[in-house]
Design a protein around this ligand. Structure first.
Ligand code: FES
Length: 261
């Protein structure tokens, strides 16, 4: 599922998170060393690292939120994981901010500040683990390619009654898919050896995006756990999914492809 916040297919969120991860964990490490070695300069360095960490975390969050809203498939296990990832990130950034505010009081306990930052670092690691699952298992931000370097495509269309033009015939080669958003619906338009097909971009197992999977010989395979569906009838060919997917009538006329909702 291609990232909406990307430059030339390179998602921005993973690029930017390197900064808060380094700065925030550096804040904890420098503070721990400052306490251990009773070194005021290390404590001062951590003060500035904290500012850089919180600031860069807020910047990195922007493309993350965009991908959460537009890239992560709705009503899916990844959507819940993405929400938890966001909440855990917000919590540890808040804890670092609280620790940073506390240190402005010369009387504040350094042990307490260190303890708060320690909890925040653990949460930071947990958020990273969730983020890794979103990318490496749920494939959020992956830009698929087809045979002959064919590019995966996506379009946002106006809701309308009757047949809606969703693609040009030449846009899709056999076994290629395109994701179209029509209102709140996400529908996959695919080209098989027998012609064009349309079906919901929602695996009935845990909501994986079928547009991000593979379609070969009239069967689409979900990228998350491998469920397979017949793209003409929506029937399950292979689990773990048990419920069929919704399919639609798609017609081709004068070089254009039309979807009937
Ligand atoms: S979400 Fe599990 S197979 Fe599709």
């Amino acid at each position: 599922m291609k990232s909406r916040a990307s430059i030339k297919s390179h998602p921005l969120h993973p690029m930017l998170i390197a900064f808060p991860v380094a700065f925030l964990s550096g804040t904890f490490i420098f503070d721990a060393l400052a306490v251990l070695l009773d070194n005021e300069q290390l404590w001062q360095t951590a003060y500035y690292l904290g500012i850089a960490g919180v600031g860069s975390a807020l910047i990195a969050a922007v493309p993350g939120v965009i991908d959460f809203i537009f890239t992560v498939p709705p009503k899916s296990s990844a959507k819940k994981r993405g929400a938890l990832h966001g909440i855990v990130n917000l919590t540890h950034v808040t804890l670092f901010f609280v620790a940073w505010r506390m240190r402005q009081d010369p009387e504040a306990s350094r042990s307490w500040i260190l303890a708060i930052e320690g909890v925040a670092v653990l949460l930071l690691a947990f958020a990273g683990w969730l983020g890794g699952t979103l990318v490496y298992r749920n494939q959020i931000g992956v830009d698929p390619r087809y045979a002959n370097a064919g590019k995966w495509n996506e379009a946002y269309l106006q809701e309308a009654t009757g047949a809606i033009e969703v693609a040009k015939s030449s846009e899709l080669k056999v076994n290629q898919m395109k994701l179209v958003h029509i209102g709140s619906k996400r529908i996959v338009i695919g080209r098989t050896e027998e012609g064009f097909v349309g079906f919901d971009d929602h695996c009935t197992h845990r909501g994986g995006s079928l547009a991000g999977g593979m379609m070969i010989c009239g069967t689409v395979q979900c990228p998350w756990h491998g469920s397979q569906f017949d793209v003409r009838t929506g029937e399950v060919k292979c689990g773990p999914a048990r419920k069929k997917i919704q399919h639609y009538t798609v017609t081709e006329k004068a070089g254009k492809v039309y979807l009937e909702l």
